[in-house]
Design a protein around this ligand. Sequence first.
Ligand code: ADP
Ligand code: ZN
Length: 712
Amino acid sequence: MLNTLKTNFGYDSFRPLQKEIIDHVAGRNDALVLMPTGGGKSLCYQLPALLFPGITIVVSPLISLMKDQVDALKANGISAEFLNSTLSPEVIEVIQERAVRGDIKLLYIAPERLANPSFRHFLSSLNVSLIAVDEAHCISEWGHDFRPDYRNFGALRELFKDVPVIALTATATKRVRFDILNQLGLKEDQTFISSFNRPNLQYGVEPKYKTFDQLVTLLNKYKGEPTIIYCFSRKQTEQLASDLRSAGYSAKPYHAGLSKDARQETQEQFITDEVPIIIATIAFGMGIDKPDVRLVVHYDLPKTLESYYQETGRAGRDGLPAECVLFYSLGDKRKQDYFINMMANAEEQENARQKLGQVIEYCNLGVCRRKYILGYFDELVSENSCANCDNCLAPAHDHNITALAQSIIRAVIETGERFGAGHVIKVLRGSKTKRLEDFGHNALSTFGLEKKTSEAELKHAVDQLIKQGIVKKDTGEYPTLSIDSEGRNLLQSGAQIYIQKPKTEMLKLSTPQVADLEYSTELFESLRNLRKQVADQKSVPPFVIFGNKSLIEMAHYLPKNREEFAKISGVGNQKLEQFADIFTELIQTYAIQNNLESKAIPTRAKAEQKRLVSREGSTYAETKRLIDQKLTLQEIANERNIKEGTVISHIEQLVISDSDLDITYLKPVESRLKPILAAFYKSGQTSLSPVRSLLGDTYSFDEIRLARLFLG
Ligand code: ADP
Ligand code: ZN
């Protein structure tokens, strides 16, 4: 399988869950795959398609996506075609004949074709090995993009009762998930859910101040890189596009009011890197698979967190760092309130209001934004900090919370100092619960006083006030809060109260898969130009030739010949044949002019990684078993005949995926641990080297690495 992966797709290892899913599907089982955008869903049916003897039918709702996918497959030397309304009857006939002859491995079709009996007759003459349903949420009315044509799927299933079906979607909500299972007749235990975390996306919210200037600052940071800016109204997209053009940016609007041709053209120019900035209403993006979008800006509030996740999800599909910034003002909220108030259906209105409320809560959040988003999709994260959102990245600083602290103190007093933090927070947030009403707490002056503050932020503030002794918390099963004379004095004197904003803790949710390789940007630009030339010649989008990650690797390792070029990620057999010579020539010319040496491409590291990934289940499980038996690191290393460092790397992986893992017994003694942790805080980052140089030789790398697990 790894062989097929490298030869046909040019990759050296699988992304999380890909191998499990491919194994499962290759064993002729049905599957429902839930993976975030950019997670690598396509490979989950494209690779099995190559392993099966017959053809794979891919049902896909978006005509433009079909073409890109087929172009990308062809660029890898895989025989693929699509059938949709953009093709002439003659072309369709030729493709159908080739399919019947068994010349095509993957055939993409639009769902509406399935309604046609003669098309079904054609399908029934094929040797079908696998059916893939892309964007499977389109089958659900609860999804954000219901397509009635998807209901034709039943007819397809009827034709091929014994053929395995794989359905794929990036939609995470439970309701849609169960609907898909029902509609497609799949079983729940065939569901594969990967984490919806997108570690390479950096989230941030900026209060609107001088919005246009703020936008320009951002755009300058990403000069020339693909960017999508979402706006509330069509008019606004036009206005902003023209303002940006006046300021010297190449930008175009995109919305449903434009003609089909105009939209098509804009989309094409964006995909082929001719116009880098698109200003769109939400209508933009569904038909686009551009993997190298570096910046997504919400110039206005999104309507729901779900749509925010979808829209920001279009950034950084290639796994390289990308940024998502939301501009927020209360005025925007009022604008949306206005539309909500005009809704006729009371239930819809309430629903919209609640969803908007969550968006506002997200904007006002003082804690990790990623954790909040993932929590919204029922994904629980034990770490409090991701180190890649504005709140987690902000240096710890003193934060004046005098007004908030006064509200908390008053609420504790008003409720008679007989309740715990949870209840007090509910009062302040104005929760409408029966318990609150029973106590008459909905009539208190502090009821709803901190409606706009998030629950997480209130909790953090209460914790800090307890720590500072301003609020007292007694012990016992249901600890209640109270205020002593000191706290009451504070309230009267109006003294200022500061708390520490939550500081970046060191453990990350998972390590972003970013290329932290050094390379010359000049060479990178030349490679990019060459890519564009080749792409134009072949009339395909540039990313079909090579992704940015491949270009970065080329610019870093400077491969001299075919043999070295073959080791670059994304280079499979076909691309090696077609592009090795022209790309290595450009690279070598640059290298000679600048006196640069090629670097060895670490196949060993890759082989090691492969081994780990392919045996991931067993090797990690084995280490976990020994940890559960409370063996020391040395004992585990001896028992398994591996290095202690390797054991630690297993533990690092295990703590991310396994919340039950108990490693407290491995905690270094306090006298060793303390200086290491202090060095981590001092260095302000999680990398080992700076800490090691701060500490000197008395601490080994392994010891520092082990200690890192106990940060935060
Ligand atoms: P999705 O459909 O889940 O949004 P795609 O299938 O389009 O994601 O994959 C996103 C990007 O990741 C593509 O550029 C794809 O080529 C790349 N990719 C997929 N699998 C791998 C892998 N195992 N190694 C490296 N890159 C991969
Ligand atoms: Zn965060």
